[in-house]
Design a protein around this ligand. Sequence first.
Ligand SMILES: Cc1cc2nc3c(=O)[nH]c(=O)nc-3n(C[C@H](O)[C@H](O)[C@H](O)COP(=O)(O)O)c2cc1C
Length: 625
Amino acid sequence: MTDEKIENVVSGEEPFLGALDIALLVILIAGGTWYFTRNRTKPEEQGRTYSIQPTTVSTAAVTENSFIKKLKASGRSLVVFYGSQTGTAEEFAGRLAKEGIRYRLKGMVADPEECDMEELLQLKDISNSLAVFCLATYGEGDPTDNAMEFYEWITNGDADLTGLNYAVFGLGNKTYEHYNKVAIYVDKRLEELGATRVFELGLGDDDANIEDDFITWKDRFWPAVCDNFGIEGSGEEVLIRQFRLLEHNDVQLDRIYTGEVARLHSLQNQRPPFDAKNPFLAPILINRELHKGGNRSCMHIELDIEGSKMRYDAGDHVAMYPINDKDLVEKLGLLCNADLDLVFSLINTDTDSSKKHPFPCPTTYRTALTHYLEIAAIPRTHILKELAEYCSDENDKQFLRSMASITPEGKEKYQSWVQDACRNIVHILEDISSCKPSIDHVCELLPRLQPRYYSISSSSKLYPTKVHITAVLVQYKTPTGRLNKGVATTYLKAKNPEEGEVKVPVFIRKSQFRLPTKPEIPIVMVGPGTGVAPFRGFIQERQHLRDEGKQVGESILYFGCRKKSEDFIYEEELGEYVEKGTLTLKTAFSRDQEKKIYVTHLLEQDADLLWRVLGENNGHFYICG
Ligand SMILES: Cc1cc2nc3c(=O)[nH]c(=O)nc-3n(C[C@H](O)[C@H](O)[C@H](O)COP(=O)(O)O)c2cc1C
């Protein structure tokens, strides 16, 4: 989302203030956030090979990018490509490929970035062959990084794909303007190029229940595929492990991963460039409370990035790899009767796959549950289906199975018992006491822990070697009376530099959320709560320019919170900018008077002012929250 586009929305035909709040908020957050998630975490580089690993893994397969050769060599006919940034599409692709066996279609998953996609022309030479595409959409209707090249190829090329059988499932979110644009386009374009659609396009909405959309789609997809190829599906549920367990008794200590994202010892031997696979261990210099009262907590954190060669601009994001809550890890270990200190590897049974392990191996179960897996997330239905097999009580087994089924009652149960009740894997195992899964299988099933992103709340003009973060501690009571804690903010809260040196693994992600290039252009910023974070950086930057004697346009900030005396964060600092004439500050304290007031009310009151700044003086309009 460019600033220009934001302006157009603001000064368009629509009555400006009526529909502005939610729509713009969503568009801008989408635009802003998109840029920091573009640089997805790629399947981790497994930097070394170990003598302890089995020799069945052929090194040729790692570099081989011919999916046709792989399919032929292994007698497979189904290939499921994924365009994924944060792993959902990749997970769905894996599930489809795995299920193919039920319908006598042996499948493999493929990353389009690692494949020669022109080979789609040759897929028809394999009998009963089918290509499925699970594609997520980002930002302004863009493909994910790993699907970019394929998207360009299919858009600009004119390959004759006659004879290619395909189906597409899209992953998107209805709150975005370009809902599922990539999947919709690819589905249409493949047909234009002569390919045969075997089943209708499926669209998943991450704003509602994407898991439900997916399982509903694939439940109709498989019969259609069987029909198309004249296959009689066995229909039987076959639960097959994708990774096999290898326990290590005699591995050297310095060969064991201890939380590195990719390269072994990368956290001990820090070497730039620092990025998603090679984060910088940044010391926390300051971690202080911003709230003056109330029962919530908002942290102001200052990271030292001196010597990292990482650069940032106001509006960029800092990504951080958190670790899971120790108690939750221990609980999960206990519930699985696991020895958390055991050293193990999970090895892909598909030796053609470029992803040899689901996370860096060998490692201990404690490290895997602490650093590599999302143990606090709400499990998807396929996990419940696999857990059901570990129940010794038949009722428990049926209960889990029913929640993983596509029946209306099953879906309703999953929604209320898992999603609405915010039950993570630990809660599920606590509440279904006869379910005792093996820890290695749990490690295979859980999704990979993702880095968390924060808007940088400082300006590099003022703080070139520091990055500031403004983060509210996430904690909430669930309907089952449990206290769920946000993974990253709980981790940060405990990092107190006054108790000794504390470091966190971070990297910078560039964004397009930028100040106007010409400082004289006026800006309007709407940043309630921690939404003020990037604007603090903007204002610091504009103050710095003024201090240098540059002409700077008007900067207006709309800030809102509950109570002036409790959660008016950065009150003193913002007050100083006002005093110096750099900032016009408009505040709404929703709970300080009987009638609740929010920033949207202020915007409505200020229609004339906004029209002058935005409409007449070409100002830029920003929202973050
Ligand atoms: C920053 C951001 C931008 C997004 N932009 C769009 C969009 O423009 N259109 C859309 O339909 N979905 C959009 N989404 C939703 C994602 O496509 C959806 O969450 C999807 O499940 C992600 O799949 P992945 O985990 O495989 O990357 C966006 C999500 C994020 C976090």
